[in-house]
Design a protein around this ligand. Structure first.
Ligand code: THU
Length: 160
């Protein structure tokens, strides 16, 4: 038996104001998307914005359904929209923000496991990392230099 240690490095920013201005713009697009999420059941709004290498910004937010599993997270709504609308563009950066309608979300909310798997697919497809930034409503913002950095032991297509 041998033990293996897996390490991840993240950057933590005090708040949105500490981000570079281009990321603030991207995060503001995610905030706008978050505030129009359709989340009547969980009362938890999430918004995502993706900057593409053609300079387009594609947004997404969570879309819920009375049949709960039929809903979709913000990150996947955004990334599938980007993949559908700009299939040749590379995805450079993604900003994510979440806001509970019941309490103040003052800590960074990372993408769920299913969204990490979905985002990782596009990193592999484009052979280039996607920077990920995530926050709540206020307070710290976390940056990961790539998605795979958030998803060790990734399941990917080479094994199929
Ligand atoms: N949600 C997202 O949009 N992204 C995530 O990464 C985690 C959860 C949404 C799904 C659901 O509409 C609500 O947040 C509560 O889980």
């Amino acid at each position: 038996m041998k033990e293996v240690k897996i390490e991840t490095t993240l950057e933590i920013y005090t708040d949105i104001n500490e981000l570079s201005s281009d990321i603030q713009v991207l995060m503001n697009a995610a905030i706008e998307a978050r505030d129009t999420a359709y989340a009547p059941y969980s009362k938890f709004n999430v918004g995502a914005a993706i900057l593409l290498d053609n300079n387009e910004v594609v947004i997404g937010n969570n879309q819920e359904n009375a049949c709960f599993p039929s809903g979709l997270c913000a990150e996947r709504t955004a990334i599938y929209y980007a993949g559908a609308k700009y299939p040749k563009a590379k995805m450079l950066k993604m900003a994510i923000t979440a806001s509970s309608q019941n309490q103040i979300t003052d800590k960074p909310i990372p993408p769920c496991g299913a969204c990490r798997q979905a985002i990782a697919e596009y990193e592999i497809k484009q052979n280039q990392p996607i920077e990920i930034y995530f926050m709540g409503v206020k307070g710290k913002v976390v940056k990961s230099h790539s998605l795979t950095n958030l998803l060790p032991l990734l399941f990917e297509s080479s094994v199929l």
